[in-house]
Write a protein that binds this ligand. Structure first.
Ligand SMILES: Cc1ncc(COP(=O)(O)O)c(C=O)c1O
Length: 435
């Protein structure tokens, strides 16, 4: 065998962390295994597991945080609805890059999109007793399903790859006709496949959301990072595609984590449509004994109970980063395009060694290069591929953990560095010799 990490060593680490099966390991478990193998042997891993930003954090944000702290903001509790500066700059950013008019009132800070989706799942499942299920447009972000399990909220899911374009309409009709879907969640560009929905598909989502009175939770964690288009110019077409053009039933999540490499500071915004924000629901009256107002309940009851507010300093940081982007002084699209360049090189190395891209098409179009891509090898099952790659010092995530119906793994480009491309190539060569 030409493996870099022996079966015995990998097995002992898996046992030490009490991981039932490497084949179905969560992201957290994969991170533990790869880190432990690296630290015990001193041999570096090609870390394609966790989606952590691999770029320097945005300096504008850091400077802004320092200045806010020097002004003494640390002593004050932050208001649930957020500081006016962030609300104003979010509204402007949404206009600049999405061409959507949304007043500052409807733009709320959260401690990352993950907290925003948690609160949204909760409130959406409480609006109407008949609507008790969340629909996942999969493959998706496993953390969000874990949130639903924790909340005890039901979910349905389907792998969207076979239902792209106009086919989406019938599939959604079929799933929505029973009237039990409270909300639909997807990310675009998508974690893990980098599928990016077209305006046509988003118009179908929007039409269905209005028709069946369900809320779209649009996760824009990778905002503007479909590098096949140039979304870098504020207040100029092309604008980032969004469902907000097609329905009033939406919450958009825009995170600072990836676009500004600000993941550690935990900050994002939830942008709620004016109509949804101002709607009242009987279900909320029952639980929160208020007026049942969606926006106020979401802000002051749900999100405040989850996060107890978002630190002032990071709110000012995000406000200033949004401002710089809208002013055309911070080209976050060009900056994050580094991930696209890495993906292109990595995919070529995988392809040259007999691997294939699993989710390879956006309908007719070649899938873009970005933060994630998916790879398969011959007819290997997800679990087998993820476990086998570990022995060659390559960590990834099994697609089976993402609601995918296809065989393969998710690869993240964020931690790739210049010296690792040759290492990846040589390790894949070793892999193919024995597979
Ligand atoms: C689809 C998706 N949503 C949300 C997040 C996390 O966002 P945040 O850091 O703002 O909580 C990620 C990060 O991996 C993601 O892939």
């Amino acid at each position: 065998m030409n493996e870099i990490f022996s079966r015995e060593l990998v097995d002992s680490v898996v046992k030490e962390f009490k991981i039932p099966s490497l084949a179905n390991a969560t992201i957290g478990q994969m991170v533990l295994v790869a880190s432990k193998l690296e630290s015990t042997t001193g041999i570096p891993f090609i870390r394609m597991d966790q989606g952590v930003p691999g770029l320097e954090p945005c300096k504008i944000g850091m400077d802004s945080e320092k200045a806010a702290l020097d002004r003494g903001v640390a002593s004050m509790y932050p208001a649930a609805e957020g500081v006016p500066e962030l609300k104003q700059e979010t509204s402007r950013f949404v206009k600049a890059f999405l061409d959507i008019d949304l007043a500052p009132t409807y733009c709320l800070p959260t401690t990352g999109s993950v907290a925003g989706s948690f609160g949204s799942f909760l409130i959406c499942s409480q609006l109407n007793k008949k609507k008790d299920t969340i629909l996942f447009i999969d493959p998706g972000f496993p953390i969000q399903k874990a949130q639903l399990r924790m909340l005890g909220v039901k979910y349905k899911q389907f792998d969207v790859f076979a239902y792209r374009g106009e086919k989406l309409r019938n599939k959604l009709e079929e799933l929505l006709k029973d009237g039990d879907i409270a909300a639909i969640v997807y990310s675009s560009p998508n974690n893990p496949t980098w599928i990016t929905f077209t305006e046509e598909e988003l118009s179908i989502f929007g039409e269905m959301a209005t028709k069946h009175d369900t809320i779209i939770l649009e996760d824009l964690a990778y905002f503007g990072m479909d590098f096949r288009e140039d979304y870098s110019k504020p207040f100029c077409a092309p604008y980032v595609p969004t469902v907000a053009r097609y329905t009033d039933n939406y919450i958009l999540f825009i995170s600072g984590s990836k676009i500004f490499s600000y993941a550690g500071q935990r900050v994002a915004v939830a942008c709620i449509s004016e109509v949804l924000y101002n709607r009242s629901y009987e279900g909320l009256v029952d639980i929160y004994s208020g007026s049942g107002h969606f926006g106020i309940t979401f802000t002051n009851a749900v999100m405040y109970m989850i996060t107890s507010g978002v630190a002032h300093s990071v709110q000012f940081a995000l406000a200033d980063m949004f401002k710089a982007a809208s002013d055309g002084k911070l080209n976050f699209v060009e900056y994050t395009n580094e991930y696209g360049r890495r993906a292109e090189r990595m995919k070529n190395i995988f392809r040259d060694n007999g691997f294939h891209v699993v989710y390879d098409k956006d309908i007719e179009r070649e899938i873009g290069d970005g933060f994630f891509f998916t790879i398969g090898y011959k007819d290997m099952k997800c679990g087998e591929l993820v476990s086998e790659l570990i022995h060659y010092g390559i960590s990834s995530i099994s697609l089976s953990t993402t609601g995918s119906e296809r065989e393969g793994v998710r690869a993240c480009t964020s931690r790739m560095t210049e010296e690792l491309y040759d290492v990846l190539d040589s390790r894949l060569k070793l892999f193919t010799e024995s597979h």
